[in-house]
Design a protein around this ligand. Structure first.
Ligand code: ATP
Ligand code: MG
Ligand code: MG
Length: 377
């Protein structure tokens, strides 16, 4: 079967790697250049969406910020999974918040802001502190403002007013600031039959708004059940087919949804080594109609993002349980260039291996790992 992926980044690349043993042939559509590329080599195979759609058996996506005409063209083909509505819900925070309300899933209270009156009403009704997020195109914490001190309100509004004036399609979503204990995510798959299989909850650590480390280890059953129930409500609400990721705030054991990603997710990269069937393979299985694979945790695993670096000390490759995944991208400051997966047979062994790995990695390129290690119990 031939699968066309909208987006030609590392997620399409890892789908291609996972699909090869199943004889699934993956090509990638670069929405910025209109090129069809081989997701491993970036070798150009052709141009133009219409031909690529005609050639594909199934179409899916590796990101949510896709121009509407592209989504509509794919939707009209009848081959697009999870489909235009799900991708849009992940790409527009107004639709996302409305979806969460419709599915009765808890998340931070919010208001949509289009002008200064909305801004003032948001402060009056939600109180401070607030987090403001651009409705469209936000990622890695970009396009966000915080307001804690009422004295700063005018200055923050001015920045947001300039932002809104620059793009008539944009809006801002104001959210109550959540004092969470930690951030978790749940990655899972839903098949066309409605069957749902989820991986264990993953703990996520961000540095400067960007995911740095994800950790998968045995998790408390009630928390996992809570997350799974919310996942199922959202996936069913979208009649979703494919892999879906949900980011949560854990507030003393109660989960609030932060946001969803209608695709494979950075916090699910650990599944390449920590689970039987990884998120990339399950995504392909779901959209091509193959049975979903086992999502249980096989062994505790953590993932470390490699940001803005195109080398790591070769010595790390000697470590047991370690796998290195490069994305074949040109080096740019802060860019996601690759990741390291580290597995072990027990949480204690994983902690010990993490400590050894930290000693081998340059701390300037991998900040705050020591701190994360010290928080592991
Ligand atoms: P991603 O790269 O995960 O798509 P994003 O740009 O879409 O990121 P969010 O995940 O919405 O942004 O927010 C980035 C981070 O900001 C969160 O991981 C969390 O640490 C913090 N944050 C977001 N919303 C809130 C909130 N309501 N209260 C407290 N912190 C928040
Ligand atoms: Mg996001
Ligand atoms: Mg996020």
């Amino acid at each position: 079967m031939k699968v066309l992926v909208l987006g030609a980044g590392q997620l399409a690349r890892m789908m291609a790697l996972a699909g090869a043993p199943l004889n699934l042939r993956i090509s990638a559509y670069d929405v910025n250049t209109d090129a069809i590329v081989h997701p491993l080599t970036q070798h150009q195979l052709g141009t133009g969406l219409a031909g690529a759609i005609a050639d594909a058996d199934v179409i899916t996506a590796e990101f949510e910020h896709i121009p509407l005409p592209v989504l509509e063209q794919c939707q009209q083909s009848g081959k697009f999974l999870p489909g235009s509505k799900a991708i849009q819900a992940g790409g527009d925070r107004r639709l996302e918040k409305a979806l969460l309300e419709r599915c009765n899933v808890a998340s931070a209270s919010y208001r949509v802001i289009n002008n200064e009156a909305d801004f003032k009403q948001a402060i009056a009704s939600l109180g401070l502190p607030l987090v403001f997020k651009s409705a469209l195109a936000g990622y890695d914490g970009k396009g966000q403002w915080r307001l804690k001190d009422p004295a700063q309100a005018q200055a923050v509004w001015q920045q947001m007013a300039d932002f809104l004036a620059a793009d008539s399609k944009q809006a801002i979503v104001a959210e109550q600031f959540i004092g969470f204990n930690r951030e978790l995510s749940l990655v899972g798959a839903r098949a066309a039959s409605g069957e749902v299989k989820v991986y264990p909850l993953t703990e996520n650590h961000h540095v400067n708004g960007v995911l740095s480390v994800s950790l998968a280890r045995p998790v408390s059953k009630p928390l996992q059940q809570q997350a799974e129930q919310m996942f199922t409500a959202i996936a069913n609400g979208l009649n979703y087919v494919g892999v879906l990721a949900i980011e949560f705030f854990d507030v003393s054991g109660n989960l609030l949804v932060n946001e969803i990603a209608p695709r494979v997710h950075n916090s699910g990269h650990w599944t390449q080594q920590g689970a039987d069937v990884c998120q990339f393979e399950n995504q392909l299985r779901a959209v091509t109609g193959l049975p979903l694979g086992n999502t249980e945790l096989l062994r505790p695993t953590l993932m470390i993002n490699i940001l803005g670096e195109d080398t790591v000390p070769e010595a790390i490759l000697s470590m047991p349980g370690l796998h290195l995944h490069w994305y074949g991208k040109d080096k740019r400051p802060g860019r996601k260039m690759g990741h390291i997966n580290l597995s072990a047979n027990s949480p204690a062994e994983l902690k010990a291996r993490f400590a050894k790995l930290i000693d081998l990695l340059p701390s300037a390129a991998f900040p705050e790992l020591e701190q994360m290690l010290s928080q592991l119990n």
